[in-house]
Design a protein around this ligand. Structure first.
Ligand code: TYD
Length: 213
């Protein structure tokens, strides 16, 4: 399982779609999934989380909803795909809970880890790529999207600045599992960096250019 994570507007969506295409072009069996969501039941929970007023849920309720969704995502999508020997590429995973609810939301990492252990056990993704860039640039990118899934974007710049710092802190804890990639560059450059990182980690020879976008 390979996770692409980072602040809102860091380009995870486009890079994870690109990565899926690169794996498929190479003849690998792979799926692309996302959090919150990634299974039918978890997508139901996603709708509760991403719409409405920022203060609708407090951090603890957000965390519990994220983990309810994550449990369904693991059981219904991730674990079955891994059992069929497929690569699983996920746009966000548990480090978003650590960064958003744990560190930026002030619940503390310890609380997230306790719930994580209960819900997930010791399953870990093989690699987590964190896309890093200043939150001011990232938030400006999200503003042009104009969808109604903006509950988190509206939590303000201070919150997102703490989220960025949190992801950087998490990435520094375990260099063998995490890679921090500079996402303040154009899509192709960031994409080439991601492909290179994956090739090095898994001894693959994926090419950096997907056939289609
Ligand atoms: P996402 O679908 O990545 O939003 P976008 O496509 O707009 O970048 O995620 C929705 C929001 O959920 C995002 O702001 C981050 C937040 N989130 C958490 O706070 N904790 C989590 O555990 C996850 C998975 C997401």
């Amino acid at each position: 399982m390979i996770v692409i994570d980072g602040i809102d507007g860091s380009g995870k969506g486009v890079q994870s779609r690109r990565l899926l295409q690169i794996f498929l072009d190479a003849g690998e069996s792979a799926i692309l999934t996302r959090e919150p969501g990634g299974s039918p039941a978890a997508e139901d929970i996603r709708r509760l989380l991403v719409k409405g007023e920022p203060q609708k849920w407090d951090d603890m309720t957000e965390l519990l909803l994220m983990y309810a969704a994550r449990r369904s995502h693991l059981r219904d999508t991730i674990w079955p795909a891994l059992a069929e020997n497929k690569w699983v590429i996920s746009d966000r995973y548990a480090d978003s809970s650590r960064a958003f609810q744990g560190i930026a939301g002030n619940l503390g990492l310890d609380t997230v880890e306790r719930i994580h252990r209960l819900v997930v056990g010791d399953f870990e993704p093989a690699l987590v790529i964190i896309l890093d860039l200043p939150e001011t640039i990232a938030l400006a990118r999200t503003e042009v999207r104009g969808d109604d899934e903006d509950r988190f974007e509206r939590k303000g710049q201070d919150y997102h600045s703490r989220v960025r710092a949190a992801f950087r802190q998490i990435a520094a804890t375990n260099p063998s599992q995490y890679r921090l990639i500079d996402a303040d560059r154009d899509i192709a450059e960031v994409g080439a960096d991601i492909t290179q990182t994956i090739n090095a980690q898994f001894a693959l020879q994926l090419t950096s250019v997907p056939a289609t976008r």
